[in-house]
Design a binder for this molecule. Sequence first.
Ligand SMILES: [Zn+2]
Ligand SMILES: [Zn+2]
Length: 154
Amino acid sequence: MYLKTALRPARASRESNRRGAINMEYVFGGALAVLILAAVVFAVWVAMGGSKEEERHVLKAKTYICDVCGKQYTVNLEEMTDAERRPAPTAPKVATCRKCGKKAAYQALPCPECGKVYVPLRARDPFTQEPDICPFCETNVDAYKRKKRAEARG
Ligand SMILES: [Zn+2]
Ligand SMILES: [Zn+2]
């Protein structure tokens, strides 16, 4: 083992204090074991998709609806620009339209109640105090999500 080899000269030069050197070896061995364990845990965590927080911000695909041409399209994670992948939380979620080239494509989300895709008010104005209302079924999506979360907690 590498660690034992590395420690050998130090131990030889301190032959009189042999017990101390051996103790140090145990300490280093223990620390190494902890490091390896941490590395394994981290690798598994990454393999399982990393943190939930990350998942929520980086969607596998995003749908946009353009204000100018009115077209709706979906961009996969691999095709996204950096701005599309990680939009600033304080800026409107607007991208350059893939259909007409105007910077007027807003990120749309499906309504959790009726499933229809629309651009939430918050995509245009991240600081809005207005509730997120689905334009199709008029569900208050904020209240809907709060209710679902409360139900999930039990
Ligand atoms: Zn467009
Ligand atoms: Zn709806």
